[in-house]
Ligand binder design. Structure first.
Ligand SMILES: [Zn+2]
Ligand SMILES: [Zn+2]
Length: 369
């Protein structure tokens, strides 16, 4: 007699009720055997960031259509368990990272050519954030076409691929803009030494650019140590304000990753001739500052400056992230792994959300160690 395989299995998962503060609980989710074009995944690690904290606080997030809850988790590292029919290039045991954003149903022009990060309708879905369950669960099934394959030796840092894809896009944007000048950027300032800021510092150093990283932690803090280990300078803005620390120095490129709006405009004034500044942080609150807008306008015009915002990432940026993590094994051995400063089991997801000023990236070990 033929063995009858169960069509649907269940696994442990974190569930939240979007719009409701502190609703996170450990529940169960179904997962199906992969069908045409799909792969079955075992989730190994999930990185936690500010977006997850906002979802847990009930400020952000949207359940899949027809459901009352959302499984959060968008930064992940998974292992292929099962390969559905018609899938080529994936084998059980392979490491993969599912791409967070998926094209809008209208399939707008950017979405139709794989640039869902530039979606025009805003109707896109995002795993673990909007309309699609995320990876804070033991197993899931996903379309192979929306997964990125990783070399097996990136197991310890592969969970950084998604946040690094955000950085890769932001840097690509500024490099495209700077092509107008015919000059490669030589000096860069990175504001904020969280995961995005430190990954940006590594990326820029890897491209031979002199980098200063700014944060508000002391010079002996882990964030400062990682910046210096990457060959970057470090500015503790709480001790020596940016304006004083960089007196007379102006930057060709500024990457803003602090998510603190008043700092955005201070850093903008440190931009040099033909400089470009890219904003990656979503700023919370409604800070008011006084700004000499005439001076700012004059400077930006007379110095050919560009200010650009950048969000999300396309497949090409995930692939660039994989290439950089691979290259850093030679250029910055062991450094990227130091960004992971806390590990929690799935059952204590909430503990992973607690902020430690010296912590960088918290991860949930879904599959255990
Ligand atoms: Zn994130
Ligand atoms: Zn679209």
């Amino acid at each position: 007699m033929a063995k009858v395989e169960p069509k649907e299995q269940r696994c442990r998962a974190i569930q939240v009720t979007p719009g409701k503060a502190h609703s996170a609980r450990l529940g169960e989710e179904p997962y199906a055997k992969p069908t045409q074009g799909e792969i079955g995944l075992k989730v190994l690690l999930v990185g936690i960031c500010g977006t997850d904290a906002e979802i847990e606080a009930g400020l952000y997030g949207e359940a899949p259509p027809g459901e009352d809850h959302l499984v959060p988790g968008h930064e992940s590292l998974c292992e292929v368990e099962d390969v559905g029919p018609g899938v080529v290039g994936f084998q059980p045991g392979d490491l993969v990272v599912p791409i967070v954003r998926r094209p809008c149903p209208e399939n707008c022009e950017p979405c139709s050519r794989g640039r869902w990060d530039m979606c025009l309708t805003g109707d896109y879905s995002e795993r673990g954030i909007a309309k699609l369950h995320g990876m804070l669960r033991e197993h899931l099934t996903d379309e192979a076409a929306h997964c990125v394959l990783l070399p097996g030796d990136l197991r310890d840092v592969g969970v950084l691929v998604e946040p690094l894809s955000i950085v890769e896009k932001a840097i690509e944007e500024t490099m495209l803009i700077q092509r107008r000048t015919g000059l490669a950027p030589r000096r860069a300032l990175v504001t904020g030494a969280g995961p995005i800021g430190l990954l940006a510092a590594l990326c820029l150093r890897g491209r031979g650019i002199a980098v200063d990283v700014l944060d508000q932690r002391p010079a002996g803090s882990p964030k400062a140590e990682i910046a210096r280990a990457a060959g970057a300078g470090y500015i503790d803005d709480s001790k020596t304000p940016l304006e004083q620390a960089t007196d007379g120095t102006f930057y060709d490129l500024v990457l803003e990753a602090s998510g603190y709006a008043p700092l955005v405009f201070r850093a903008l004034r440190r931009l040099g001739r033909n400089g470009a500044m890219v904003l990656t942080g979503v700023t919370a609150g409604h800070h008011k500052i006084e700004l000499d807008v005439d001076a700012l306008n004059q400077e930006m015009v007379l110095e050919n400056q560009v200010l650009v915002g950048s969000v999300n990432a396309a497949r090409q940026h995930y692939e660039a992230a994989v290439r950089d993590l691979k290259a850093w094994q030679e250029t910055f051995p062991g450094l990227a792994a130091r960004l992971i400063t806390a590990r929690h089991p799935l059952s204590s997801f909430e503990a992973a959300l607690t902020k430690d000023p010296d912590g960088i990236k918290s991860v949930v070990e879904v599959a255990g160690r």
